[in-house]
Design a protein around this ligand. Sequence first.
Ligand code: CAA
Length: 258
Amino acid sequence: TKTYETILVERKGRVGLITLNRPKALNALNTTLMNEVVAAATAFDRDPEIGCLVITGSEKAFAAGADIKEMQGNRFPDVYLDDWLGPWDRLGELRKPVVAAVAGFALGGGCELAMLCDILLAADTAKFGQPEIKLGVIPGIGGSQRLTRAVGKAKAMELCLTGRMMGAEEAERAGLVSRIVPADQLLAEALATAEKVAEMSAPASIMLKEAVNRAFETTLAEGVRFERRLFHAAFATADQKEGMTAFAEKRPAEFKHR
Ligand code: CAA
């Protein structure tokens, strides 16, 4: 595999693991890290041997936000013309499911990165927040939109306007987090979850992700129609035949991901 400067990239069977690795800056998201995460995730997304991705950080920080020291001197025309932070949107366009494994700080861009993922597992040590307001700015990688959709207006407003951090329990209660796991089991749980997803039919998991995400983009009736078309299309796959035959024969399915 290619080596990177700010992330570690590993394959674990059908799972692609990306570990943010700027420990001295609490994994602050600088431009190099953004480009590397997007490149590594895109490569896994295109790799037929990979069925699911995991993005994680360290014990202390998933990511403490965009790199404040890097952006401090930015000026409007430059960031506007460069579409600065725009490349992060590519992560939301990945077709394969992505698990975020969050321990410690997930602040600002770190919280936004976690929310760009599909399954959000939190260690009991996780702390989420959008503290941009304390720096005189606002979120810039979708935080005001995705946090509001995840936890509702009241909590999103309060968190974004005050910059208060919320712990794992509150985040789970609010619907931001799929599950809380003990910190020392976080990566193992995330990999196990991703392996489970990666073993499913790849066309089905991609359809599923598309269908759930459609719920955030359209009306209920349109969403149900979209789901029905994909559901019917699933019957064109070898994996549907295998899945249903395996059930009838009382054996585990062995999907060909086709
Ligand atoms: N950018 C750059 N460097 C950062 C950073 C960031 N977002 N967060 C932490 N660091 C650096 C610190 O400057 C420090 O470096 P030095 O050792 O060189 O001084 C190192 O990481 C360790 O951090 P602390 O000493 O501050 O660690 P702590 O345990 O005392 O505090 C913390 C941890 C509460 C997370 C604190 O570091 C903090 O508040 N960080 C900033 C969080 C933040 O404001 N994030 C939002 C950024 S804006 C954004 O993300 C915009 C957007 O939507 C895209």
